[in-house]
Design a protein around this ligand. Structure first.
Ligand code: FAD
Ligand code: SF4
Length: 510
């Protein structure tokens, strides 16, 4: 009897055991559906990247001899919903069973779990064989504890997978070299050009547009820059090792207008659609470092490894530990809407203008731009976490809910009340100025808290501190800030809060 095997758009793992042998009873199905293009306003590069990678993956499977049914967005018989398409195909091919891999999103997980009942045939679920930890990985590390410290998780991962270890000790004697990774870019340092693949995705672009899919952002569809297959993804990691690893850690937090990717790997899309695995990626980077230890210091490679086996795996476990409640968290009770310029970049604030414009152009911003520019501003202005989620989930090529919502609602917006971050990630202009060059050419005055052109981050920062005293004062990492605020002259406090109020009432005009 035939078995229908579903492959989702972010399950492009050619090394999965499903594909190790050809079985004519297995019919693989892949589909481009409105259900997935329309649940949020995606960046055009995200939709294009996923469809192009899916089409390339289906061709590879077909060449290997597998039976693949590929439903395009433009296919007239496409029902535009996963269950409806599966039902049609299961009937057509008289399938006795449906098999699928664990979806990474709660929404899809729920939908696929009810498949069997809806269709009246059995279903079976498999691992994606991508992640290093299972969905319930927190149980093993934290047991019954309700406090999930990333550093504890990360150390356990290093030990369990024997990564950067010298027997039972971390190589170099310390687990985390983050303190060495907070430098501003020196003006004369040469930044590598990002590797772009320049793929012609014109046909897919026109199909997406003709289907009426509403997207955001820009694209040059004759020169699509992102990798769409495994070979290109591996090439991107090699390029990172050869050109950027040397400075990755040191300038990981730096902000600049000179480059949109600086020394970052741009590997998140390839990883998140599973063209490459986290373990092979860190192994590749560590092997390169081993061969080049005289020129590449340990903090560069440790910083990279921590992002992947630490933060990335941690976020996935956090997601499955906390969903669906996590999607409703709003610790500060924020209610504001995003100003409309978040969708255009048309703001006078240089840091936000650059980060948003870059995101619209490349579907990419690096971690500190997401956390300390856009995220910082959203938190200081009390934007509703739902608004924040919709923006982040739409605009980035790598945005999939399991890794987006945990970073946005958790790490960036502190909407989980401190489950992910030990304190809110907020700052005034001083941090933004310390890490980059934005403030130099900004119309606002980075040093002023009040007055017509005072930097909005300054008054909004102190307003946030003042407003949330009750919720934050007991956090030892916030004590210092409250001491500083309480020592400010009362009249100055009043002026600062008035200034913040003015900006909050005029967000559209900033
Ligand atoms: P690099 O800086 O080169 O890092 C290497 C790899 O480490 C990345 O490819 C990524 O897979 C992993 N990584 C780094 N930081 C994190 C992190 N905090 N969480 C999980 N993985 C991490 N990442 C996503 O993949 N999808 C998202 O939707 C997403 N949304 C974010 C939203 C906010 C508000 C913030 C603060 C961060 C978000 N991140 C997200 C994490 C991080 O910003 C991106 O993974 C990173 O910028 C991707 O670029 P890169 O591949 O050049 O990363
Ligand atoms: Fe951003 Fe303020 Fe600096 Fe302008 S002065 S770039 S608004 S932090």
């Amino acid at each position: 009897m035939k078995i229908l095997r579903l492959i989702l758009g972010d399950q492009l793992n050619i090394q999965h055991s499903w594909f190790s042998e050809i079985n004519y009873n297995h019919i693989y199905v892949m589909m481009e559906v409105r259900q997935e293009t329309d649940y949020v306003h995606h960046h055009i590069q995200k939709v294009l990247g996923i469809f192009a990678a899916m089409r390339s993956f289906s061709e590879t499977l077909t060449k290997m001899g597998h039976q693949v049914i590929y439903i395009k967005i433009s296919d007239p018989k496409n029902e535009q919903e996963i269950p409806a398409n599966l039902k049609f195909l299961a009937n057509k091919f008289q399938c006795s069973k449906i098999e699928y891999m664990e979806p990474d999103e709660y929404r899809l997980d729920q939908q696929l779990k009810s498949l069997s009942n809806d269709m009246g045939i059995p279903s079976m679920v498999y691992s994606t064989e991508h992640f290093m930890t299972p969905r319930d990985g927190f149980n093993k590390v934290f047991g019954a504890r309700k406090n999930f410290l990333m550093e504890t998780f990360y150390r356990r991962m290093r030990k369990d997978f024997n990564i950067l270890m010298d027997k039972d000790k971390p190589i170099g004697g310390v687990w985390n070299l983050d303190l060495e990774n907070r430098k501003k870019l020196p003006p004369d340092l040469i930044i590598p050009e990002p590797l772009e693949f320049n793929i012609d995705v014109c046909d897919i672009y026109h199909e997406i547009i003709s289907a009426g899919v509403d997207t955001i952002g820009k694209v040059d569809f004759r020169k699509f820059q992102w990798p769409i297959n495994r070979e290109q993804s591996l090439h991107l990691v090699d390029y990172f090792c050869e050109n950027a690893l040397k400075y990755f850690g040191t300038y990981q937090d730096a902000l600049t207008e000179k480059s949109w990717s600086i020394f970052h790997a741009r590997s998140s899309f390839s990883l998140n659609v599973k063209l490459i695995s986290p373990l092979e990626t860190v192994e590749k980077v560590i092997n390169y470092w081993q061969d080049n230890r005289e020129t590449i210091s340990l903090n560069q490679v440790e910083g990279f490894v921590r992002q992947i086996i630490g933060w990335r795996e941690y976020m996935r476990c956090l997601y499955w530990n906390q969903m669906p409640e996590f999607g409703h968290k709003n610790f500060f009770g924020h209610t504001r809407k995003l100003p409309s310029w978040f969708w255009t970049g048309q703001t006078k604030m240089k840091c936000l203008h650059h980060t948003i414009s870059q995101s619209l152009e490349f579907a990419y911003a690096h971690h500190i731009q997401r956390l300390m520019i856009t995220g910082n501003f959203m938190l200081l202005t009390g934007i509703h976490p739902d608004e924040a989620d919709l923006w982040y989930l739409g605009i980035y090529i790598d945005a999939f809910e399991w890794v987006e919502i945990t970073n946005t609602r958790g790490m960036s917006q502190y909407a989980d009340g401190g489950l992910t971050a030990t304190k809110p990630y907020i700052s005034s202009a001083s941090y933004i100025d310390k890490m980059g060059s934005y403030c130099k050419s900004c119309i606002y005055n980075k040093a002023a808290k009040t007055g017509n052109l005072s930097c909005p981050f300054n008054s909004l920062y102190w307003n946030f501190i003042d407003l949330n005293r009750e919720k934050l004062i007991s956090n030892p990492r916030m004590t210092m800030m409250y001491k500083v605020w309480d020592n400010i002259d009362k009249d100055k406090q009043v002026d600062t809060l008035k200034q913040a109020q003015h900006y909050l009432e005029n967000l559209e005009l900033l």
